[in-house]
Design a protein around this ligand. Structure first.
Ligand code: 5GP
Length: 210
């Protein structure tokens, strides 16, 4: 098979919590070996079950400030009093090697990535099919008080307001369908001319003897 070498891409998936983003990310990572999750640094403490280096790199405020001031973070944001950021080097290495990187970052980080690397970025926003469905998913997730669920719903409305800043909107009504749509987006974006850096050479060879 003819393989044209290409630059990797950055795939951001954002959504309000409860829209099914985690499940959709896991499916994508399982379905395709050429995309890997970006592991962020954070100053928030690990939750039970979280593994340092897999879920996040858990670091101190001082370490975070050092990374940020040295320009080692591609983007960063403060969310609920904690700092989060994307280490720059692994991302640049992946792109260079033709590997894709998946991000679970909020809209603030997405805006910074769009500034820093507009050509490499593909943004997907995932929406729940209805307010009713979102409420059920938020209630189903934990035995929280109705006040907590109401707070989450208000936060969801805030996050959803950023949908026009994304390239693709996927409505997660049926998991298999939403998964297939996300994979279709990834496959098509991989074929964009500007990423396929091997095309010039390929076409040169192709037309040499015409
Ligand atoms: P959590 O603490 O629940 O893991 O994440 C809280 C929020 O921070 C989520 O909305 C998540 O998408 C966002 N987040 C996680 N890592 C990063 C990052 O590296 N940069 C930015 N901008 N947001 C992040």
């Amino acid at each position: 098979m003819t393989e044209i070498s290409r630059r990797g891409l950055l795939l951001v998936m954002s959504s309000p919590s409860g829209a099914g983003k985690t499940t959709l990310s896991r499916r994508l990572l399982a379905a395709d070996s050429n995309i890997a999750m970006s592991v962020s640094v954070t100053t928030r403490p690990p939750r039970p079950g979280e593994v340092n280096g897999r879920d996040y790199h858990f670091i101190t405020q001082d370490e975070f400030a050092r990374l940020r001031d040295r320009g080692d973070l591609l983007e960063y944001a403060e969310v609920f009093g904690n700092f989060y950021g994307t280490p720059k080097r692994p991302v640049l290495e992946a792109l260079q090697a033709g590997r894709d990187v998946l991000f679970d970052i909020d809209w603030q980080g997405t805006q910074q990535l769009a500034q820093a690397m507009p050509e490499d970025l593909v943004r997907i926003f995932i929406l729940p099919p209805s307010a009713e469905e979102l409420r059920e998913r938020l209630i189903g997730r934990a035995q929280d008080s109705s006040a907590t669920v109401a707070k989450r719903m208000a936060k969801a409305a805030d996050e959803i307001s950023h949908w026009p800043e994304y390239d693709y909107i996927v409505i997660n009504d049926e998991l298999d369908l939403a998964s297939a749509e996300i994979y279709a987006i990834l496959r098509a974006e991989r074929l964009r001319r500007r990423r396929r850096v091997g095309l010039t050479q390929f076409v040169r060879e192709l037309t040499k003897d015409l």
